[in-house]
Design a protein around this ligand. Structure first.
Ligand SMILES: C[S@@+](CC[C@H](N)C(=O)[O-])C[C@H]1O[C@@H](n2cnc3c(N)ncnc32)[C@H](O)[C@@H]1O
Length: 424
C-alpha cells in the first residue's frame, strides 16, 4: 500500500521549534515523512529583538514562518493543514476570567487559547496537539478546573473530541522531571474520534494516541475502584459554565491527570506511568569537565550565597497592602544529584547570580558549576547547539529551554498519531 501523504502541520507559539524537532525526529526514526510543517508562527510580545524567532528561522531557513502576533494573523494567511500544534503561553490560560470580565465571548481576544480555538474553527484541521503547564488542570485557585472545563466545552462545541494526560518526562525515562499537560484533539469525523467515542475508557487506558505512546496503569480515584473513571457533563453555554464554577468555592479540580472529552461528556481517571525501559539521568548528559567554559564554574567565594539560596529558610515578606508574613521554604539538594533526572528547567536558569532554582553540579575534579546551554538542550532532548546562533547570549539560550518542552514527548506522540492515521 503506498504511503499516505504527509500530515500538514502548523506550529503555533513555536518558540525555538520544540514541536518541529520532535516531529522531524519521529519521521527520521520511522524512515518516512509522516509530518510536514507547512507554516509556523512565533512572536515574543514586548521585546524588540525576536530571539526565539531568529533561532527558528536559522534552523528552518526555508520557511514559511511568521514573526507576528498570532492574534493579527488572518486564517487565510495559513495554508490548509491537517494538524495544529503548539505550547501556548502558560500565564495566559485564564480563559474563563476574560470570558467573565467581558460577560461573554466578545472580549476573549487577549487570551491565547482563543487563538488556537479560532484556528481550529477556521482551518478545521483533523488533529491538534497542545501543551501547557500542569496547573492548567486546576486553575484558577478558588474555582479549580474552571478554565479547563471552559476549554474542553469550547472544543466540543467546535466538533472536536479530545484526550489529555499530565506527563512527567522523567517517568518515561527522559532526563528531566518536567510535568506538562498534553492535549490531543480529534475532529469528530475522524476514525480516531469515532473509536474514542465508542470506548472512551479503553482509549485512555490502552488504545488511544497518548496511551499507545505512554503506557499507563490506572489508579483508583477517591471512593472508586482502580481504573473506574469519573464521568460528568459540561453543561450550558461557556458563560453559564463559567458562572456555575464561580458560584461556589472549589478546592479540588474535577479533572484527574488523565481523561477524555466526547461531546460535552468528560471521563477522567488517575493513572501512573508504566515504564520499564532505560532511564536517563542528569549525569548521563553532562559535558566532560575540560569542555566546560570557565564562566560556568562558581568561585569558592560565591558558594556561601549559593548555599543560602538553596537552603531552608524563613523569610519575612510584605504584601502589597502592607501586611507582613513569614514565607518558609525547604532545602533543595546542593549540588544537584547526577544519578537522577534533572529538575524542571525554568526560564531563569541562565546567568551567574545565585538562585535556588538553577542547577549546580559538582565536577569529578571537585568544583561546583552551573549547566551549559548544550546541557540544558540535552535535558529537553534538543539537538546539541540547536539554539546557538550569533548574538544570542547563554542566558537567552537558557531562557529558551525554560520555555520549551521535552521534544521526545512530541516524537512519541507524533509516532503514535502517524501509526493511528496509517491504520497500523
Ligand atoms: C511556552 S512557549 C512555547 C515554546 C515552544 N514550544 C518551544 O519549543 O520553544 C510560548 C511561546 O509563545 C510565544 N508567544 C507569546 N505570545 C504570542 C503571540 N501573541 N503570538 C505569537 N507567539 C506568542 C512566546 O514568545 C513563546 O515563545
Amino acid at each position: 500500500m503506498p504511503d499516505s501523504p504527509p500530515l500538514r502541520v502548523a506550529e503555533l507559539f513555536a518558540g525555538v521549534g520544540g514541536f518541529r524537532v520532535g516531529l522531524e525526529r519521529a519521521d527520521r526514526e520511522a524512515g518516512r515523512e509522516a509530518f510536514q510543517v507547512v507554516w509556523a508562527n512565533q512572536w515574543e510580545p514586548s521585546t524588540k529583538r525576536q530571539h526565539a524567532y531568529e533561532v527558528y528561522a536559522a534552523r528552518w531557513p526555508e520557511g514559511p514562518h511568521q514573526n507576528t502576533d498570532i492574534a493579527q494573523v488572518p486564517a487565510e494567511a495559513i495554508p490548509a493543514i491537517d494538524v495544529l500544534v503548539g505550547g501556548f503561553p502558560c500565564q495566559d490560560y485564564s480563559v474563563a476570567r476574560t470570558l467573565n470580565q467581558a460577560a461573554g465571548l466578545a472580549g476573549k481576544k487577549g487570551v491565547l487559547w482563543w487563538q488556537i480555538h479560532r484556528l481550529l474553527q477556521e482551518k478545521q484541521p483533523r488533529f491538534g496537539i497542545f501543551e501547557n503547564v500542569d496547573r492548567l488542570l486546576k486553575s484558577p485557585a478558588t474555582q479549580r478546573g474552571r478554565d479547563f472545563a471552559v476549554m474542553l466545552a469550547s472544543l466540543a462545541d467546535l466538533g472536536y473530541s479530545a484526550e489529555w494526560r499530565m506527563i512527567n518526562a522523567a517517568e518515561y525515562g527522559m532526563p528531566q522531571k518536567r510535568r506538562r499537560v498534553f492535549i490531543v484533539v480529534y475532529r469528530d469525523d475522524t476514525p480516531q474520534a469515532k473509536r474514542l467515542r465508542k470506548d472512551p475508557a479503553g482509549w485512555i487506558s490502552k488504545d488511544g494516541v497518548i496511551a499507545s505512546a505512554f503506557p499507563v496503569c490506572p489508579l483508583p480515584l477517591p471512593g472508586m475502584l482502580p481504573g473506574q473513571p469519573a464521568t460528568f457533563p459540561l453543561e450550558g453555554s461557556l458563560s453559564d459554565l463559567t458562572e456555575a464554577f464561580n458560584l461556589r468555592r472549589r478546592d479540588v479540580s474535577p479533572f484527574a491527570n488523565t481523561g477524555v472529552l466526547c461531546g460535552r461528556e468528560v471521563l477522567t481517571t488517575k493513572t501512573v506511568a508504566d515504564h520499564t525501559g532505560p532511564r536517563r539521568t542528569l549525569g548521563d548528559l553532562l559535558l566532560p569537565e575540560e569542555q566546560v567554559p570557565p564562566q560556568f564554574f562558581i568561585a569558592k567565594t560565591d558558594l556561601p550565597d549559593w548555599r543560602f539560596a538553596k537552603g531552608a529558610k524563613s523569610l519575612e515578606r510584605t504584601k502589597r497592602n502592607g501586611v507582613t508574613y513569614t514565607y518558609d521554604e525547604g532545602a533543595l539538594p546542593f549540588p544537584d544529584p547526577t544519578d537522577r533526572p534533572a529538575r524542571t528547567i525554568i526560564t531563569g536558569e541562565g546567568g551567574p547570580t545565585p538562585s535556588r532554582f538553577k542547577h549546580v553540579v559538582l565536577t569529578p575534579g571537585g568544583r561546583h558549576r552551573r549547566l551549559t546551554p548544550v546541557e540544558l538542550e540535552r535535558i529537553n532532548t534538543f539537538p546539541d547547539d540547536h539554539t546557538a546562533i550569533p548574538r544570542v547570549t547563554d542566558g537567552k539560550r537558557a531562557f529558551f529551554m525554560g520555555n520549551a518542552l521535552v521534544t521526545e514527548i512530541i516524537t512519541r506522540l507524533g509516532r503514535s498519531l502517524a501509526r493511528s492515521v496509517a491504520g497500523t
